[in-house]
Write a protein of this length. Structure first.
Length: 526
């Protein structure tokens, strides 16, 4: 029978259940874009100086040159003017407000974004010496002087870490980066706010939601509209551009703009999910189809057959009403259908024959898995990182983790490090920030690697201690001097001149540099 939808209830949940909604990535469809407001609403914004308000009036008056000044013409023109025009902003190709909602309503998109954020910025950070510092350390020959320099660098690291935590009273520096990078993955754009003290020093580092920010056409700053207030921001490092909307009333904060490059837009980035928008919509529609099975009928589809009689209009109405409305959300309802009595020439029958026989299971499972794979492919995130490996071989999972680390996480970390080191450079040029990488080896394997490098005089003990976050020790900047017997052992192992070394190498389960399987693990992840 034909399905009749009921009027949707009004609630605060995100409703994205129509084709128009799921394919409204483009800017032409309005989804509460805070900058698509009319002139009257622009005049009501807080944060505008009297001079800027007068400028609005002058620009509006110029638009009437050569146009009939009738009130109808004025109203039409006022409706055509938006915040993008009056603030000289560039409108994004894709709706940032809508992309922010997609992050929350799509399971696989949500999981893939969180996996990338956790492995790119969520693992913490450390401070490494710059090339300038390393060259200076290499030039120090006195052991005591080198030790003092090492201690000074250690103190500098502690001071920098404490400073990054103190510039924001509400959240840690890692939390700020997680929020900004989540916006970057969800909308293609992330914004980090930098505030300065009266002396010009950095005194605040925070996150601004990407959906509230827009880029100025001349690239001389950014605009934010939030809760009825307009705010202007400078580019990071620019301390001269005047406030474009508030005049000299206040000194604007600065913005570091993170974006995913696209050749389609020179001002904004786009998220990875754009490439899989059809799969995203397909999963939503197939999930809604399965949900309707329970919400609308809670029974398989049936054909109603009445043979040998004709129902009265009242009986037809009640029958249709029962299946369209009465069964919705209610199980095992009783139905009374009045039928005419049998006659010698005819016998009345009423039958309900199921179209779907047997046990009912969710539909489009294969289709949904294909969509899931397409979404993860767009994000370049292995399925093992979102928690549902489904029997993937451990070797394949490890190989996928290596690819994920080398082709996705580390390049993203390098791009972000360049941006964040602009902040660190204002405090010191001795060290620079480096994000912790996804580890593919356990501690036991790493200790064996360190031991091998130490014995082969590739690294020094202090290099290992610094990587582990420990204080350097006296004499730790010198390579370990081995005894003649130890040197012979190293040469034998390096050249594999002994039969037992070759056998040990061939039988080792860790030839590729990966750790052994933890106790109890099999060849597959179930």
């Amino acid at each position: 029978m034909e399905h009749i939808d009921e009027a949707p209830e009004v609630n605060d949940e995100i409703q994205l259940s129509s084709a128009a909604d799921w394919f409204s990535f483009k800017k032409e469809t309005e989804h509460d874009d805070p900058f698509l407001i009319q002139l009257d609403d622009i005049r009501k914004l807080n944060g505008l100086s009297p001079a800027f308000r007068r400028k609005l009036s002058r620009e509006f008056s110029k638009s009437f040159t050569g146009i009939d000044s009738a009130s109808t013409q004025q109203n039409l023109l006022a409706q055509a003017i938006t915040g993008y025009a009056m603030f000289d902003l560039v409108q994004p190709i894709y709706n940032l407000e809508y992309l922010s909602k997609i992050y929350e309503v799509s399971t696989y998109n949500y999981a893939a974004i969180n996996a990338k954020v956790a492995n790119i910025v969520g693992l913490g950070y450390q401070f490494d010496e710059t090339r300038k510092t390393n060259d200076a350390l290499d030039g120090i020959t006195d052991e005591k002087q080198l030790q003092r320099a090492r201690k000074k660098l250690g103190k500098l690291r502690q001071d920098l870490e404490q400073w990054l935590e103190d510039v924001n009273d509400e959240e840690t520096f890692t939390e700020t980066l997680i929020k900004a990078y989540t916006d970057l993955e969800a909308t293609g754009n992330g914004f980090i706010e930098i505030g300065r003290t009266t002396r010009g020093d950095i005194g605040y580092i925070g996150h601004i939601p990407a959906k509230t920010m827009r880029v100025r056409r001349l690239r001389d700053g950014f605009m934010q509209l939030l809760y009825g207030k307009a705010v202007f921001f400078r580019n990071f490092g620019d301390q001269e551009t005047p406030n474009q909307i508030a005049g000299g009333l206040e000194r604007p904060n600065e913005i570091i703009h993170l974006k995913k490059y696209t050749p389609m837009d020179n001002y904004y980035g786009i998220p990875d999910i754009i490439a899989a928008q059809v799969a995203l919509a397909g999963n939503e529609f197939s999930g809604q189809y399965n949900l309707d099975y329970f919400q609308n009928k809670a029974v398989p589809r049936y054909i109603i057959t009445v043979k040998g009689a004709k129902l009265s209009p009242e009986s037809e109405r009640k029958l249709l009403e029962f299946f369209q409305v009465g069964l919705k959300g209610k199980n095992h309802r009783s139905l009374y259908v009045p039928l005419p009595a049998d006659t010698p020439d005819s016998k009345v029958e009423f039958k309900m024959e199921p179209i779907e026989a047997g046990s009912q299971e969710s539909s489009f499972n294969v289709y949904r898995k294909a969509n899931r794979d397409e979404i993860l492919l767009a994000h370049r995130t292995p399925i093992s990182k979102i928690g549902i490996p489904e029997g993937i071989n451990l070797a394949a999972a490890r190989d996928a983790d290596k690819t994920f680390k080398e082709q996705v996480c580390r390049p993203a970390q390098m791009r972000l490090e360049k941006k964040i080191n602009l902040i660190i450079a204002e405090k010191t040029d001795a060290v620079q920030i480096k994000f912790n990488e996804l580890s593919l080896t356990d501690e036991d394997t790493q200790s064996k690697i360190d031991e091998r490098y130490l014995r082969m005089q590739v690294i020094t003990p202090n290099e290992v201690r610094l990587r582990m976050g420990k204080i350097p020790i006296e004499g730790g900047d010198e390579v370990i001097q081995l005894k003649p017997q130890q040197q012979a052992e190293i040469r034998a192992q390096a050249g594999q001149t002994r039969t037992r070394d070759k056998e040990r190498q061939n039988n080792s389960p860790d030839i590729s540099g990966e750790a052994r399987n933890p106790k109890g693990d099999g060849s597959k992840v179930e």
